[in-house]
Design a protein around this ligand. Structure first.
Ligand SMILES: [Zn+2]
Length: 337
């Protein structure tokens, strides 16, 4: 894969006791150093106006000033320093690069993956939250739509948390499909099955809030039986994966049980769907807080694009999650299984 990476993102200093640190990117780089076929690409920071295409101008200015004044705690979880402004613009710029590169035809072994931080999927139109300031995936989707490079974009969020920010930004839009698999009841508490979009966006938000303890089989089943048919019907030009790795069984902040191999399975699911719908693929880093599981997860996605074949899930999906997927199918008019 081609990895979008910039040293600027290391300067977003969250302090000594925060899970979202620059060590995450260092760990990913160390993991990728042992792999074949890894390429790095630096990208320009996003323009303020590009970020403001999905965020409120007043919020963008307020965050800029907050950083210029030295930063601090935006909220108890979400902290910034002076350098966070440039890091946040760069993180958004890397996501934008990934979307443009994918639509420019970079696929297969050249598939783009942006390794930016701060992450983005909790950032709403007019506020930062959950370690996120700018919604990188949303900025990327909007940028390629505004430039006429794509008419329809799907964003699939496999981070263990629901991407409330991405959902909110596009909730009433029919040209961006947002779909998430996340742990039910975890931060930020959104992402119910009946949150399906509104107005022009009715039906273009699809949530699968799996029960705590879900593993590879539950994720693959959710993708195959709910997400894939809905995305096929939507027929995107670009498919962005909001790729967090905190659903891993050894991640410190969730109770899900996805294995490292599970990320290979999900990557294959994405590849098959995008072949079917002829959509370009771009990956954007979100969360993932166990340094080893994060770096192995990213490396496993890379290896899958490098030709490695994923194993099948070892178990069957849990009955409770099968029922949940039935509910999702019903909410989206996909018929009974
Ligand atoms: Zn997360």
């Amino acid at each position: 894969m081609q990895f979008g990476y910039s040293e600027t993102c290391l300067d977003h200093d969250t302090g000594p006791r925060h899970p979202e640190t620059a060590d995450r990117l260092r760990a990913i780089r160390r993991g990728l150093a042992k792999r074949h076929g890894v390429e790095y690409v630096d990208a320009s920071p996003a323009e303020k106006s590009t970020v403001a295409a999905v965020h409120d101008d007043g919020y963008v200015d307020e965050f800029h000033e907050f950083c210029r004044d030295g930063g601090g705690n935006w909220d108890p979880d979400t902290v910034a320093v002076e350098a966070s402004w440039d890091a946040a613009l760069t993180s958004a710029g890397l996501a934008e690069w990934a979307a443009r590169a994918a639509l420019d035809g970079d696929d297969g072994r050249n598939t783009p993956f942006s390794l930016g931080r701060p992450p983005g999927h909790h950032a709403v139109e007019d506020d930062a939250m959950g370690f996120c300031f700018f919604n990188n995936a949303a900025v990327a989707a909007q940028a390629v739509i505004d430039d006429g490079l794509a008419e329809r974009v799907a964003i699939f969020d496999w981070d263990v948390h629901h991407g409330n920010g991405t959902q909110d930004i596009f909730y009433d839009r029919g040209d961006v499909f947002y779909t998430s698999i996340h742990e039910d009841g975890l931060y930020p508490g959104t992402g119910e099955v009946d949150e399906t979009g509104e107005g022009d966006g009715e039906g273009s938000t699809l949530n699968v809030p799996l029960h705590a303890g879900a593993g590879d089989a539950d994720y693959v089943y959710s993708f195959d039986e709910a997400i894939a048919p809905a995305v096929e019907r939507f027929d995107p030009d670009l498919f962005i994966v909001s790729a967090g790795f905190d659903a891993h069984r050894h991640d410190p902040i969730s109770r899900m049980r996805v294995s490292t191999e599970g990320y290979a399975m999900l990557t294959e699911c994405v590849q098959e769907l995008c072949e079917e719908t002829d959509a370009a693929i771009a990956f954007v880093l979100e969360g993932g807080y166990g340094l080893d599981t994060l770096s192995e997860g990213v490396a496993t996605v890379h290896e899958t694009f490098d030709g490695r074949i994923a194993m099948d899930p070892e178990e069957d999906p849990d009955e409770k999650n099968v029922e949940l997927v039935d509910d999702v199918r019903a909410a989206h008019g996909l018929g009974a299984k």
